[in-house]
Ligand binder design. Structure first.
Ligand SMILES: [Cu+2]
Length: 65
């Protein structure tokens, strides 16, 4: 499982945008976004570099959790 923390995730819109970016970067994987803990969890086949790049491209800075 891949886990990122996205400190700038501050509302439902952020969470949705980040979730969409992560899902597009890891098709077939299960992506969970938790606004309360600002965490993104990806279960399944996913390339950490690709997912991090997609989150960045969406305007957020991911940190290793
Ligand atoms: Cu927001």
């Amino acid at each position: 499982m891949l886990t990122f923390t996205v400190p700038d995730m501050s509302c439902g819109h952020c969470a949705a945008t980040i979730g969409k970016a992560a899902r597009e970067a890891a098709p077939g994987a299960e992506v969970k976004v938790d606004l309360g803990t600002k965490r993104v969890e990806i279960e399944g086949a996913a390339d950490a570099t690709k997912v991090a790049a997609a989150i960045r491209a969406a305007g957020y800075e991911p940190a290793a959790a």
